[in-house]
Write a protein that binds this ligand. Structure first.
Ligand SMILES: NC(=O)c1ccc[n+]([C@@H]2O[C@H](COP(=O)([O-])OP(=O)(O)OC[C@H]3O[C@@H](n4cnc5c(N)ncnc54)[C@H](O)[C@@H]3O)[C@@H](O)[C@H]2O)c1
Length: 364
């Protein structure tokens, strides 16, 4: 088994992200080592992941209890599930030297990560991301949390993992639509900060779990996220910084909210959002029409939408964007592309340009 790694440098919270086919077995070895020292290790996963990866769940279960969320997907990021995990950790008599293993996509990572951040005021946790989105985005950077009925991610904490083990083999069972949704975030990284990565994605063809370039592409995304997080760990930078990771997201969040959650996978809404952000960047005089087409071609190559699949009202999308927390003090703030691979925060984007981008993307 060969693996590649990147170190996320955050002082005493520094950790490695290790990527490779079969690397998740390192978690089993770590769990065995902890247990041999008398320390408690608890794995948290979801029913879907347990079904998809039974051998890995079984191997981890040999070294400590496994808590399976009652539901799969976004609704698992709830205070009810969080309380179940806290109680499960207490029932296992986990002390401050215990470890939580988050085995799953971004949902399990955020939920179990927050349980680890808050139980006994913080215990160690290991991320085994099992979706492409979780590998390139949610497992790195330390944001953990749950949703409230009033909104997504309203309660949470910054808590960095001890290690991230991104095993490309586990992606084999991921539904193709979920895989593609993760590719939208990969394309986002190319567009926001690495023209070479973007060009590689153009020439790589459709990405799949066993694409020979996949591990290297994941590594590059992790490096970029780590470097952005290292400079702006708590998203306090007024411009650029961690906010750049939101390229395509102001549009994407509005699409998800107006279409109704669940209509689009998050990555699909981001794909349309990236296409709209490219059109907006063209309208502002940064990108050429040919560059906008290149953005859309890479998205389509990976079976992602570039236009709304059903028309939504531009007015409703504008209203949703004004409510988005990324739109500060009423002015329209967007992440725009100055070039393919160079994104910047742009304040005071004219509402008319935003509207044009929405209409070009299929809004009415
Ligand atoms: N913390 C962060 O920085 C951050 C960043 C981005 C997104 N997020 C969060 O991530 C979440 C979305 O994560 P996601 O897209 O990974 O969704 P997810 O965790 O809901 O996983 C998607 C689906 O795939 C299934 N699945 C996962 N791995 C599988 C596998 N290997 N084989 C078969 N099925 C598998 C899951 O059971 C689920 O049904 C959102 O809640 C979002 O807020 C967090």
């Amino acid at each position: 088994m060969s693996s590649i790694a990147h170190t996320v440098s955050l002082g005493d919270r520094t950790y490695e992200v290790r990527i490779g086919n079969g690397i998740s077995h390192e978690a089993v070895m770590r769990a065995a080592a902890e247990r041999s020292k008398g320390r408690v290790v608890v794995t948290v996963t979801s029913p879907g992941v347990q079904k998809a990866l039974p051998a890995l769940v079984k191997a981890l279960a040999e070294h400590g209890p496994v808590i399976i969320t009652q539901v799969d997907g976004e609704t698992a990021k709830s205070s009810t599930e969080l309380a179940r995990i806290w109680e499960g950790l207490a029932a296992a008599a986990m002390g401050r030297d215990g470890t939580v293993i988050a085995l799953g996509g971004g949902v399990v990572g955020d939920l179990a990560g927050f349980a680890a951040a808050s139980y006994l005021r913080g215990v160690s946790f290991i991320q085994i991301p099992t979706t492409l989105l979780a590998m390139v985005d949610s497992s790195v950077g330390g944001k953990t949390g749950i949703n409230l009925p009033q909104g997504k991610n309203l309660v949470g904490a910054f808590h960095q993992p001890q290690v991230v083990l991104a095993d490309t083999q586990v992606l084999q069972s991921l539904p193709v639509r979920e895989f593609s949704a993760g590719v939208a975030e990969v394309i986002k990284y190319g567009l926001l900060g690495d023209g070479t990565l973007f060009a590689k994605l153009e020439s790589a063809g459709c990405l799949t779990w066993n694409h020979p370039e996949l591990a290297a592409i994941i590594l590059r995304c992790v490096e970029m996220k780590a470097s952005i997080v290292a400079k702006d760990e708590r998203e306090t930078a007024e411009i650029n910084g961690r906010a750049l990771l939101n390229l395509g997201h102001t549009f994407g969040h509005a699409i998800e909210a107006v279409a109704g959650y669940g209509t689009y996978l998050h990555g699909e809404a981001i794909a349309v959002g990236l296409s709209m952000a490219a059109t907006l960047s063209q309208d502002l005089g940064f990108l050429s029409e040919a560059q906008v087409r290149r953005v859309q071609s890479v998205l389509k190559l990976n079976a992602l939408p570039v236009n709304l699949t059903k028309p939504l009202k531009a007015e409703d999308l504008m209203a949703a964007m004004r409510r988005d927390k990324k739109v500060r003090s009423g002015t329209l703030r967007f992440i725009v592309m100055q070039d393919l691979g160079v994104a910047v925060t742009h304040d005071s984007v004219p509402a008319l340009s935003v509207r044009k981008a929405l209409l070009a993307g299929g809004a009415v």
